[in-house]
Design a binder for this molecule. Sequence first.
Ligand code: CP
Ligand code: NVA
Length: 302
Amino acid sequence: MSVRHFLAETDLTKAEFKALLVRAEELRTLWEAGEIYSPFHHKTLAMIFEKSSTRTRVSFEAGMTQLGGHAIHLSPRDSQFGRGEPLDDTARVLSRMVDIVMIRTASHDSVERFSEASNVPVINGLTDLLHPCQMLADMQTYLHHRGDIEGKTVAWIGDGNNVCNSYLKIAKLLGFKLRVAHPQGYGPDADILTESGDSVVIAETPEAACDKADLVVTDVWSSMGQEEENDVRQIAFKQYCVTPELMALAAPDALFMHCLPAHRDEEVMAAVIDGPQSVVWDEAGNRLHAQKALMEFLLTQN
Ligand code: CP
Ligand code: NVA
């Protein structure tokens, strides 16, 4: 059987994705009860980070430790791929030494190339195109607080970035309606939008997107690698801040999510992210449990 990877949400079937969310909730319950569950003694996770990270790094490293294994952090500064060794060569070498790899890099093509050369499962820890691990945590968080997301309405406010593209993918996979409100010229990936069919609509305004929505989501106006566009983006996105007034248009029990890191009073007002509808800390914490479920799945599938 060929090796299973997790580069995009659709690398899992709907049933597999939903089963992982349930398993993540079980693992969270075990962890909160202080129970040790460590089936992966002597297993090693290699983590390649070509971009910064707090949540992804700590959740994968702590997660692998809790599962009984070990994680190795590799950055371009002190690894040979930072000096030009091809990523596919790195993949071939790591496949002979470790059991699973997580990679965060700019180009999605690089992750695909890496996975083609890898004999062990590869997990996408964020590319410029997608952030599928974030979707596991977000969907686990929705399940925990509100139940099944199928048939619900989600509003995405702001940049059509990697996390937004992942929301497009997951809307189609899990069967919810996604309304995206973005400034002109900052929409989601055109191919993913086409593939999404009628599960995604582009809303005229943030207000139209939020109307009776069950979940409101946003992200930074400038993603990693876009720092030089920041001044232009600050102007373009000015009307795309999630305010208490915007949240008031959503369903009364609507939740607010943000993958973090956040910029208070830019893409979201402090009153929202620190307010009663925000579940951002559970969302961040669930990165740990969702990715433990994912690693367990991939390590026992292949
Ligand atoms: N949400 C997220 O991926 O955070 P980090 O960049 O800190 O890993
Ligand atoms: N869109 C953000 C997400 C960070 C987790 C970025 O790519 O920087």
